[in-house]
Design a protein around this ligand. Structure first.
Ligand code: IPE
Ligand code: IPE
Ligand code: MG
Length: 251
């Protein structure tokens, strides 16, 4: 007899979306609800990342992008920023070998300038070690802002035009998208935000043009495979039309 209290792990109906992106929100509120310091919420949030990576792999998701620190999160108190940086360091040091053993490819998107040298080095190490892996691609959006990414692409386009490598008229949807930070990644099919907030907070603004958005009340530290499966079920209930009249099936 299965434990009646255990969550139902029904397999989602339909194929896994190819690319799932998650705005991992609510660590502070998770902690506050328990009378704990915000830092404890962030620490428990790291465990939820481990669960999400495992579940994504098991469910056949190819790309999992997680928003871990935004360009705007620098406005938080110094002590919290330092806690978050410490957690990233520990995550890479403790989990990189495991991720690698599980054939996970790690990629980091975001601004590298302004990061301390040791963190910048760890990010390069994570990407270098796992470059050849063929399983799940885990994209960590760290020090990431979507408007900043779009501005960087605009600067690259302007520089190419100034150098005579490209004509201004050649800037179109495809060539511009190729100048974004991860041009080879498919757009996210599904974006999940935890904690009940219903906004993008400067996450993947270009790439989310036709993503399905699913907002769930769960605080990030409580996120688990069942929550991911429910979000995927919701994704399958949506009709993706991409501006046309015919629903596109699959992801
Ligand atoms: C998400 O949790 C983690 C980061 C943004 C780094 P929060 O720290 O935003 O938690 P809340 O939203 O204050 O509850
Ligand atoms: C978005 O969460 C950023 C991350 C999850 C890393 P925030 O907590 O920073 O977003 P706002 O401030 O509520 O919009
Ligand atoms: Mg928040």
């Amino acid at each position: 007899m299965p434990d009646a209290g255990a969550p139902q792990l029904s397999t989602p109906k339909g194929p896994a979306p190819r690319h799932v992106a998650i705005i991992m929100d609510g660590n502070g509120r998770w902690a506050a609800a328990r009378g704990l310091p915000r830092a404890e919420g962030h620490r428990r949030g790291v465990e939820a990342i481990r669960r999400a990576v495992r579940a994504a792999g098991e469910l056949g998701i190819r790309y999992l992008t997680v928003f871990s620190f935004s360009s705007e999160n620098w406005t938080r108190p110094a002590a919290e920023i330092s806690e978050l940086m410490g957690l990233l360091r520990r995550f890479v040091r403790n989990d990189l070998a495991d991720l690698h053993a599980n054939n996970v490819r790690v990629r980091i998107v975001g601004e590298r300038e302004g990061l301390t040298a040791d963190i910048a080095r760890l990010l390069v190490e994570a990407e270098d070690l796992t470059r050849g892996n063929t399983g799940l691609t885990l994209v960590v959006a760290f020090n990431y802002g979507a408007r900043q990414e779009i501005v960087r692409a605009a600067q690259r386009a302007a520089q190419a035009v100034a150098r005579g490598e490209m004509a201004a008229e050649d800037i179109d949807l495809e060539s511009f998208a190729a100048l974004l930070d991860m041009p080879d990644l498919p757009d996210p099919d599904l974006i999940i935000r935890t904690s009940g907030e219903q906004r993008l907070s400067n996450f993947l603004l270009w790439q989310s043009a036709y993503s399905e958005l699913v907002f769930i009340p769960t605080y990030w530290p409580d996120f688990d495979r069942a929550a991911l499966e429910q979000a995927i079920d919701e994704f399958h209930r949506r009709e993706r039309r991409f501006g046309g009249l015919v629903a596109q099936t699959g992801s």
